[in-house]
Design a protein around this ligand. Structure first.
Ligand SMILES: [Zn+2]
Length: 429
């Protein structure tokens, strides 16, 4: 006998974001749809496949299906077929279903404190980590089932607790800390890369140039960049490169890095080199308006000076122009927001900026956040597409983003690895 209320559902009552913790909500329900007595006895339950129907399915690889039923068994998609008359477990009505989105560049630990400032220095460890977990939850609720955090040491505990099912959140990959021009000699840099990998870094992040608020000129030497990239490659780790100036990006591309982050001042020559070498480009448009909208939260911290804000404000039109040139040259564009405090949970704003302001076709923007993003982080065979055998990471929106990109703001359903984390009732859709 099928038990209706035992469908695998991670109840959407997780309270940390709103800081309204209640013991009731802490009784998290991860219930498995199971054959009656086994579940009652508390024995390992045999999962029964779950079905989901949607009016429109965007598969993440450029395909669109209509009136389709997807079967999920355990954590994986096992069947995709035209919807029939049979009852389904989740009928998403007119919603548009896509692979769970992937944000390849966030800063999981960056958040606002109780006073609304981007300063966690006075927080207790408990408050800090709960706020970070709140960020993870907010990101998942916004439809992002996988994120790459570039990164902080404390990402590790959050990553491991999410991935082991202790707390909810998107699948996390992290670079832990990053390497900079202050990281030392070639030998010292190699040793630091080894240490990061031994500590569990999924990838390596380097700052090849200064911050955009400091003009973005190359900061690491070519020798330092080569040391970091070659050591990471030797240890089978990807390298994500923060680079505004073309010279820093070029040195990293020649040294064998995998992606250029920001890329504000990339020249046509460097963009051509990226195409030749198969390097991903992640222009991160959304973080600039986020900083400008949340000036009061950042002002006075580090290089968030009036001059720094003025420098940054100049960058958005430049970055949009660079993205347009990159698209014309068919550089592999991936989705990433550089999300910090203020942008978590609003990561989808990046889609709108790219489509509305940079002219990226909506389908390409969605591919950049699904199959292409998955390939860029070495997970193309597991996530980023609605296809049989892939992890059941799914997001549905009220409205079709191919017709109106602003639909990405209206996420109604989120599943990660076969577990439902959001399912708004039809009245709120
Ligand atoms: Zn960043």
């Amino acid at each position: 006998m099928r038990v209706n209320n035992s469908i695998r559902t991670f109840r959407a009552c997780y309270p940390i974001l709103q800081m309204k913790a209640s013991l009731r909500c802490l009784a998290i329900r991860v219930a498995f749809r199971a054959v009656g007595t086994l579940a009652v006895l508390g024995l390992p339950a045999k999962a029964v496949p779950v079905t989901i129907r949607a009016a429109t399915v965007i598969d993440g690889r450029g395909g669109v299906l209509h009136n389709t039923t997807i079967t999920v068994d355990g954590s994986k998609i096992t069947r995709i077929a035209p919807a029939g008359a049979a009852r389904v477990d989740f009928d998403l009505g007119n919603a548009t279903l896509m692979p769970g989105w992937i944000d390849t560049h966030i800063h999981l630990v960056s958040h606002f404190n109780g006073a609304g400032r981007a300063d966690s220095s006075a927080e207790s460890t408990t408050e800090f980590i709960l706020r970070v977990e709140g960020t993870a939850w907010e990101t998942l609720q916004a439809g992002f089932t996988t994120v790459q955090s570039l990164g902080a040491e404390s990402d590790k505990v959050v990553r491991d607790l999410i991935n082991s099912g202790v707390v909810p959140g998107p699948r996390v990959l992290t670079s832990l800390t990053a390497l900079t021009d202050k990281s030392g000699t070639r030998e010292e840099i190699r040793a630091k890369v080894q240490k990061l990998v031994a500590a569990g870094a999924d990838e390596i992040k380097i700052f090849a140039t200064k911050s955009s608020r400091d003009g973005g000129a190359q900061s690491m030497t070519d020798a330092q960049i080569q040391a970091a990239c070659s050591e990471a490659r030797a240890l089978s780790r990807r390298v994500a490169v923060h680079a505004h100036a073309a010279s820093g990006a070029k040195a990293a591309i020649l040294a064998g890095c995998n992606s250029i982050e920001h890329g504000t001042f990339l020249t046509d020559e460097v963009l051509d080199l990226m195409v030749q070498r198969g390097i991903y480009f992640n222009p991160n448009l959304a973080n600039i308006p986020n900083y400008l909208e949340h000036k009061a939260a950042y002002q006075g911290i580090g290089n968030f000076t009036p001059e720094g804000f003025a420098e940054m404000a100049k960058d958005l039109p430049i970055r949009i122009d660079t993205l347009k040139r990159a698209m014309a040259k068919k550089v592999m564009i991936v989705f990433g927001t550089d999300a910090v405090g203020g942008l978590h949970g609003r990561n989808a704003e990046e889609f709108i900026l790219r489509v509305r302001d940079a002219g990226q076709p909506a389908m390409d923007a969605l591919i950049s956040a699904t199959s292409r993003a998955a390939a860029s982080i070495g997970m193309g065979d597991k996530i980023g597409a609605i296809a049989e055998g892939m992890e059941a990471d799914l997001v549905a929106t009220d409205g079709n983003p191919l017709l109106n990109i602003e639909a990405v703001r209206k996420v109604t359903f989120v599943m990660k690895g076969g577990v439902v984390y959001k399912n708004l009732p039809p009245a709120s859709r």
